[in-house]
Design a protein around this ligand. Structure first.
Ligand SMILES: C[S@@+](CC[C@H](N)C(=O)[O-])C[C@H]1O[C@@H](n2cnc3c(N)ncnc32)[C@H](O)[C@@H]1O
Ligand SMILES: [Zn+2]
Length: 289
């Protein structure tokens, strides 16, 4: 972590919303004294991987919410193999157009942190932050990108200061428009990546007798659409392990019936379209909403 990065924080106390400040030695060293503290003395430890748990017990729907460790390790392996690299490049380029030097960027529902890692490789000047409700996801993300700031948190209740973020993005993750509007600074942007109609269509055809295309994602209300881009290509997977990893990341695999699942488990190659829709927005009334 460079000194530049140490002095920027977006975190707000999840109990009283006051700014959180570091206490103890520098964050991300191993001292158990390290943590975040607000003026009302609410304290949150920094884990040895560098992240902080800012999700309060009553904000959890289960003891271990979000994606499971198995889903996350599959996603890490699949994404690191570069299968979604064209999306990562487009996302990075698009965000970069809107971001001045040293801007603060939050990945909401960051998973194991692939897109933040890719962004860091192109734009090491940025202050990068990620939250996810899955502790296992955040642990992995934080371990990989030591320069970033990571917290276990819900995107519906962001422990993030009002007007502190220049860009918030989310890739296939849920979010709350009012929270986004609150945390963005008045000229900040929201970038949403959603599946396009043909996303993983060949895979769906293997599961369902009559596969349906996804509906086009709805536009965000109370935001101005600044840009829309599509990324689509034919994904060729030639090994069984990668097919398994993709399946493990895919909700309809878990929902599919047992016979369909057994058929998929036998696949040792897959050729399928992938399609992503990327939309960039700006809130209409940044501070009043
Ligand atoms: C499909 S995964 C996408 C992860 C990552 N954006 C990526 O594309 O690699 C959805 C992620 O959203 C997280 N998630 C689900 N509900 C959430 C919530 N309420 N707040 C924050 N994260 C949430 C899950 O734990 C999971 O990591
Ligand atoms: Zn507090």
């Amino acid at each position: 972590m460079t000194s530049n990065h140490q002095h920027v924080s977006i975190w707000a106390c999840p109990v009283c919303q006051a700014p959180l400040k570091l206490f103890g030695q520098q964050a991300k060293e191993t001292s158990s004294e390290n943590g975040w503290c607000c003026k009302n003395n609410h304290r949150f430890d920094i884990a040895k991987e560098g992240y902080t748990n800012l999700l309060l017990a009553h904000q959890k729907s289960s003891s271990n919410p979000g994606d499971t460790k198995a889903m996350i390790t599959s996603r890490r392996a699949f994404l690191s193999a570069g299968h979604y690299q064209p999306l990562a490049e487009k996302l990075t380029n698009l965000l970069s157009q809107y971001l001045d030097n040293n801007a603060s960027v939050l990945d909401s529902g960051c998973g194991e942190g692939y897109y933040l890692q890719q962004l860091h490789q192109q734009r090491s000047d940025l202050h990068l932050f990620g939250i996810d409700i899955s502790r296992d996801a955040v642990k992995l993300a934080s371990r990989q990108l030591r320069e970033g700031g990571f917290a276990v948190a819900s995107s519906f209740n962001l422990p993030v200061l009002t007007s502190s973020v220049d860009a918030l993005f989310r890739v296939f993750s849920p979010g709350d428009p009012l929270e986004v509007t609150r945390v963005l600074n008045p000229s900040g942007i929201l970038l949403v990546v959603s599946p396009g109609p043909r996303h993983l269509f060949a895979l769906k055809e293997l599961i369902y007798t009559k596969a349906q295309e996804h509906d086009l994602p709805d536009r965000q209300e109370n935001f101005v659409l600044l840009d829309e881009q599509q990324v689509s290509y034919q994904l060729e997977i030639g090994d069984k392990e990668s097919v398994k990893q993709l399946l493990a990341m895919t909700p309809f695999y878990w929902k599919g019936d047992r016979a369909a699942k057994a058929k998929l488990d036998e696949l040792d190659r897959l050729s399928t379209e992938v399609e992503f829709i990327m939309r960039v927005y700006r809130p209409i009334n940044p501070l009043q909403s």
